[in-house]
Ligand binder design. Structure first.
Ligand SMILES: [Zn+2]
Length: 316
């Protein structure tokens, strides 16, 4: 039988899960709504169980599961100290999954796992010093420096979304004002556009689609880009990365994001060159690819990931 793992990305609204085989090929995929609180743990368990059934029918032997979540996640202990969007506090996620599933389970942080995947398979392949900035509903970073993925003393490294960019600026869901996330996260772009009297759209990509034809969209997007450039320039001065990767849903805006951020960065970093800025090549599947890498590390087939090439078929 071919070895495989189940890779799970737990989000605030959706849980995404895929079977990935030892050649790095995604074989089955399922999603389910996050149920909230400990019910979300049951959703993860049932997705892993149903995918394991599908994998066996396909001649695959599922040897481990990898689960990544937002929040304060300790990959060593498998505990989630706090995840606001999931309603989790001091949850021993690994124990809650390993016992009932009878499988080894890795527990990781979604954005750090995405950084691991971008380094192994994606836009930062082989880079020892880079920052991945995930621009989703919120914003968080994976920092790799000297080849090491930085977790911090309390597993809270990379919360770049709450770096202040405009003191006394827009209120942020964290309770402070002027955070990067309050301007440049997908949810913020949409909220600010609608608050400024924009047209009826229901996603940040809807705002992006109106660029060039809608002055409100142009202004709100311009302010998001400026805030993002402040954030990236701060990270650049602190860490001197070889490159910065922009990922998450907002990075699907492509050149509409990349080009103005590059221009703004060149203006902000007058005394040094800006690092190259690239768009994620794994897109919103990066967290799941990271979960697959972390899960295979628990199996006797850990070395198989070395031969993986850039996924031809992204995990959805
Ligand atoms: Zn904040």
């Amino acid at each position: 039988m071919t070895a495989a793992v189940v890779a799970v990305d737990v989000g605030g609204t959706t849980v995404k899960a895929s079977v990935v085989d030892d050649r790095g090929l995604p074989r089955h995929h399922r999603t389910a709504p996050s149920a909230g609180g400990t019910d979300t743990v049951a959703v993860v368990r049932s997705l892993v169980e149903s995918l394991r059934g599908a994998a066996v029918a396909d001649g695959l032997d599922v040897l481990a599961a990898g689960v990544v979540t937002p929040g304060l996640v300790d990959a060593e202990t498998g505990r989630v100290a706090y995840a606001s969007n999931l309603g989790w506090r001091d949850l021993d996620l690994r124990a809650a999954l390993e016992g009932p599933l009878g499988l080894p389970v890795s527990v990781g942080h979604d954005v750090r796992a995405a950084g691991r995947a971008e380094r192994h398979l994606g836009a930062a392949r082989g880079a020892d010093d880079f920052v991945l900035l995930q621009l989703g509903t919120g914003i968080a970073a994976a920092v790799v420096t000297g080849g090491a993925l930085v977790s911090g003393a309390g597993s809270a490294a990379g919360e770049a979304g709450h770096m202040p960019v405009y003191p006394d600026g827009e209120p942020c869901p964290c309770g402070k004002r002027g955070c990067l996330e309050a301007y440049a996260a997908g949810a913020a772009v949409l909220r600010r556009y609608l608050a400024a009297g924009g047209a009826e759209v229901n996603t940040a990509r809807g705002v992006v689609a109106r660029l060039g034809a809608d002055p409100v969209a142009d202004r709100v997007w311009g302010e998001a880009v400026t805030a993002l450039a402040f954030g990236v320039s701060t990270l650049t001065m602190l860490l001197d990365p070889a490159l910065v990767v922009l990922g998450g849903g907002l990075a699907l805006a492509g050149d509409a994001l990349l080009e103005p951020v590059e221009r703004a960065m060149a203006d902000l970093l007058v005394w040094r060159d800006a690092p190259p800025i690239r768009l994620s090549t794994l897109g919103t599947a990066a967290g799941q690819w990271g979960a697959a890498l972390e899960a295979f590390a628990l199996t006797p087939h850990a070395g198989c990931v070395e031969s993986w090439t850039r996924p031809a078929t992204p995990v959805a």
